[in-house]
Write a protein that binds this ligand. Structure first.
Ligand code: NAX
Ligand code: ADP
Ligand code: K
Length: 507
């Protein structure tokens, strides 16, 4: 699904109103009804639970007022608190007038903040996408008051104070929501690590915005949700043979880090590769042949690190990096690989660190190379620390455009960047995957998908990243998050890929 800027969100509202022949007030009613339904089905508050709604002067406040009316009509104990302002939006005013007189409704003032006990539910409808600058004065004091309360905080559309798609000064007042309920599509701000403590758990509520208009909007950020890639992995043809799915070469492992090679190799095999050859130093030979009998092993002549690039002729794709180490001899193997490879490359871990430490090597990256850094590796690659999360995304776009490569920036919402600068944020995965070796598994899986000539570079990257997270979600159902280890991910790659496989026969 697309991630819309605040400006495009407003355009979409207007277009929906026109196309469907409804008023903006009716659209607001849909939004309030969706909030009401979610609160009733997910929170199931008791009729006696005090529900305090904090309403700002714009349409976010209007949503809050309409919700207060619906709650009251259903018998719940709604209390409205208004943030005084010079001007109020028309739909705010309309809903203020529609609020039944029995609903307590007071203006907030510095000396008059309500008691907010743990048993209460707080609805933050102060500001949404119309926020134009950081909150100050009374609004900032209200936010601090809400954040001090032990009660459950639910933000409407956005936690108040948070901009939907742009950075804000550090330490700006922001509501710390437990839940954020937004309309139709998530916001870019929800996917950035620095906002996790404010956004909490987010959900999108459908309010019937015009899909046709969304379809025609040009954006450069997408969110990969559950159904997006279903059927994108071609079914294996009945008469396929191991050559159909490519022969991959993996260059990995060094003294003390042969496990990384084992994890990447098993993930590559579970990713459906036809044949796999692994280049490890001597120290890894017996380990690999024992732990991964399905893979062929081509040991380096050196005892503990990689020093020689094998002949690349037989291979459909090459992966390099897991457990590699950063010795000069291994750097020269990387240089030779970049200079001679004519097939897709997947570079991870120490291959990326070597690129960062020897930036002239970046000029040798063959087009469409796939790099899989975590944020620290990415910082080493670009050489300049990101000032904030949005700056990192700009660095990412600039990097892929400059090097004509694909870059998977790994995080809770991993971003796959395509050479044109489009970003695809991945929604699968869980914190159980924050465990050593998870990245090695991703490298192996991506290597398998890049060796499969039926897939484009972009599809391979998106399928691999999504399936890796999905494998993590399936594994966590069995192991729990804390108990999840990287080899559990490997076990669930098959089921995760199966979910994405086309039902029609492949050719
Ligand atoms: N499709 C959608 O997403 C829908 C959105 N609706 C709601 O409409 C909201 C957007 O409404 P608005 O555009 O009226 O915007 P807001 O309600 O977010 O706020 C705009 C008001 O706040 C003032 N303001 C902005 N920054 C301020 C600051 N730092 N300090 C003090 N005042 C400030 C503005 O002058 C304006 O009066 C959404 O967030 C959502 O809650 C729904 O009503 C209908 C459907
Ligand atoms: N909180 C999280 N939610 C979702 N995915 C996560 C989370 N933490 C880590 N991951 C995923 O786990 C992998 C970790 O990779 P990496 O940091 O390279 O690990 P390692 O170097 O130990 O193999 C990445 O794919 C990342 O997206
Ligand atoms: K809000």
């Amino acid at each position: 699904m697309k991630l819309l800027s605040a400006a495009l969100t407003r355009t979409l509202d207007q277009a929906t109103i026109q196309a469907q022949g409804i008023t903006s007030l009716e659209l607001m009613e849909r939004a309030a009804t969706a909030l009401f339904d979610w609160i009733l089905t997910e929170l199931r508050p008791a009729y006696s639970t005090p529900i305090h709604l904090f309403c700002g002067p714009g349409n976010n406040g209007g949503d809050g007022l309409a919700l207060a009316r619906l709650l009251h009509e259903a018998g719940y104990a709604a209390h409205v608190w208004l943030l005084p302002a010079k001007r109020y939006s028309a739909d705010f005013t309309a809903n203020r007038l529609r609020l039944p007189a029995e609903v307590p409704c007071q203006e907030l003032a510095a000396a008059r903040f309500p008691e907010l006990p743990a048993s209460a539910v707080l609805i933050d409808a102060l500001f949404g996408t119309g926020l134009s600058r950081p909150l100050t004065d009374l609004a900032a004091e209200v936010v601090a008051h809400l954040n001090r309360s032990p009660a459950l905080r639910i933000a409407v559309d956005l936690p108040s104070g948070l901009l939907a798609d742009a950075p804000q000064p550090p330490d700006s007042p922001l509501v710390q929501a437990h839940y954020t309920l937004c309309f139709e599509l998530p916001k870019l701000a929800f996917l950035l690590p620095g906002h996790a403590a404010f956004v909490g758990e987010w959900h999108t509520l459908q309010i019937g915005l015009e899909q046709e208009v969304i379809h025609n909007m040009a954006v450069d950020n997408y969110f990969i949700e559950d159904n997006y890639l279903k059927g994108c992995l071609p079914k294996r043809p009945r008469f396929s043979h191991k050559g159909t799915f490519g022969h991959a070469l993996l260059l990995a492992g060094s003294q003390g880090k042969v496990g990384a090679a084992v994890l990447a190799a098993t993930a590559c095999l579970r990713g459906g590769v036809g044949l796999l050859t692994v280049r490890v130093p001597q120290v890894g030979y017996a380990i690999l042949q024992t732990a991964v009998p399905e893979a062929m092993c081509l040991p380096d002549s050196a005892p503990d690190i990689l020093t020689e690039l094998p002949d690349l002729t037989p291979y459909a794709a090459v992966g390099m990096g897991p457990g590699l180490g950063q010795q000069a001899a291994s750097r020269e193997v990387l240089r030779q690989l970049l200079q001679t490879a004519t097939v897709p490359l997947v570079l991870d871990a120490d291959a990326l660190n070597l690129l960062g430490a020897n930036r002239e090597l970046l000029e040798l990256l063959p087009p469409d190379t796939l790099l899989t850094p975590h944020p620290k590796e990415f910082e080493r690659l670009v050489g300049i620390p990101a000032r904030h999360d949005y700056h990192r995304l700009e660095q990412l776009r600039a990097f892929v455009r400059q090097h004509r490569c694909y870059c998977v920036l790994k995080d809770a919402y991993t971003a796959v960047a395509a050479p044109d600068g489009t970003l695809y944020f991945n929604g699968s995965g869980n914190p159980g995957m924050a465990t050593g070796g998870s990245g090695d598994v991703l490298t192996g899986l991506l290597l398998a998908l890049r060796a499969d000539k039926r897939l484009s570079a972009l599809d391979a990257a998106l399928l691999g990243v999504y399936a890796h997270g999905r494998a993590g979600d399936l594994a966590a159902q069995e192991t729990g998050e804390a108990g999840l280890i990287a080899s559990d991910l490997v076990r669930f790659i098959g089921p995760a890929l199966q979910e994405l496989t086309a039902s029609a026969p492949g050719l």
